[in-house]
Design a protein around this ligand. Structure first.
Ligand code: NAP
Length: 317
């Protein structure tokens, strides 16, 4: 299936590199700038370049659109692509609000189009390994998750620039950028929490540069740390009264899974988007609406949690 891309950042390159695993073929690129689009497209051979979004979406050669633009644009770009009858793959975080999420899902059904959130960790085989081993931990007590990454754009932010990822008007911030991985991880394993409370460290423009998200489940508590202004070793610990399971490394990648001190799975160091591209490609090829709706449940839940978390932390969007 041929697809076009919106956004010319590194994540788009990573997606294109993984896309062949899902039998997906790059046919066109949209950029706001002709020269930038051409430079990007030249890395991939015979690929058309558009600077007009309507013209791009009207290209009948493109059957699917991959969107990797700043978060606040996801909704409108996905909506317009669906209105043109395209299948749509939206980078994480899907869209800022639950209303937007519902609108896109309803539109996709109306148009007979497939719609996905591209969030790599939920497609990793390691997630299933964790699910299978949870019963060995006994009664769950605590989950502690740590995901910090000093942003390559943070120094510019400190000097007074406002990179997209630190812009509240673009639905940026540590929770939206990194917290989304942790929340997907938690919702995949344990469902929606009963209580959600985000305690952010706010910069002067109101954006959360780091913070702690507390999630209460009926019988255990979870504490999720996110940070784009600091960094250390990342991990996640799931502790029960009969044992513990540790993700050694970021929950966005799930590189190593340890059960009671013993490594039970190490994932190969490959493009982290490979598994999601494979799964989404197969889903598109086989028109597996049932898979897509199953993944929608997660996206819906995570969007709801993100929205409640932002509200609880008084974030300005
Ligand atoms: N799955 C993952 O592991 C992963 C990793 C990184 C990012 N992401 C997600 O991918 C998306 C893009 O992230 P990013 O860091 O690449 O974002 P970004 O650098 O802020 O922007 C991405 C692209 O959008 C276009 N753009 C930038 N500013 C814009 C503006 N003000 N108005 C309209 N278009 C604009 C640019 O393309 P042109 O200049 O060519 O138009 C740019 O290449 C985000 O949703 C992010 O959460 C996912």
């Amino acid at each position: 299936m041929r697809f076009g891309t919106i956004g010319t950042g590194n994540i788009t390159r990573q997606w294109i590199a993984a896309s062949a695993l899902g039998n997906l073929e790059l046919a066109a690129v949209y950029s706001r700038y002709q020269e930038k689009g051409e430079k990007f497209a030249s890395e991939y051979g015979d690929v058309r370049v558009y600077t007009d979004l309507e013209a791009f979406l009207s290209d009948t050669q493109i059957e699917a659109v991959y969107i990797a633009s700043p978060n606040h644009l996801h909704f409108d770009q996905a909506r317009r692509a669906l209105l043109h009858g395209k299948h749509v793959i939206v980078e994480k975080p899907f869209v800022p609000t639950l209303n937007e999420c519902k609108t896109l899902m309803a539109l996709a059904l109306e148009k007979g189009c497939m719609l996905f959130e591209a969030v790599p960790n939920v497609f990793q085989p390691a997630l299933r390994t964790i699910q299978e081993n949870l019963p060995k931990l006994g009664k769950l007590c605590l989950v502690t998750c740590h995901l910090t990454q000093y942003s390559s754009r943070y120094d510019a932010f400190l000097k007074g620039e406002v990179p997209n990822v630190f812009n509240p008007r673009m639905a940026g911030g540590a929770l939206m950028d990194l917290g989304v991985y942790e929340i997907h991880f938690m919702c995949a394993l344990f469902g929606k929490p009963e209580k959600i409370q985000y305690h952010p460290n706010l910069a002067a423009n109101g954006i959360d540069v780091s913070g702690i998200l507390n999630l209460s489940y009926p019988s255990f508590q979870a504490s999720l740390v996110v940070g784009k202004d600091c960094h250390s070793e990342n991990f996640c610990l799931i502790e029960g009264d009969e044992g513990y399971l540790k993700v050694d490394g970021s929950v966005s990648l799930l590189p190593e899974i340890i059960l009671n001190g013993k490594t039970i799975l190490t994932s190969p160091l490959v493009n982290p988007l490979n598994e999601e591209a494979k799964a989404i490609g197969q889903c598109l090829e086989e028109k597996r609406v049932d898979w897509m709706k199953h993944w929608w449940e997660a996206t819906w839940m995570v969007t709801e949690v993100l929205e409640e978390a932002r509200r609880s932390g008084n974030l300005p969007f």
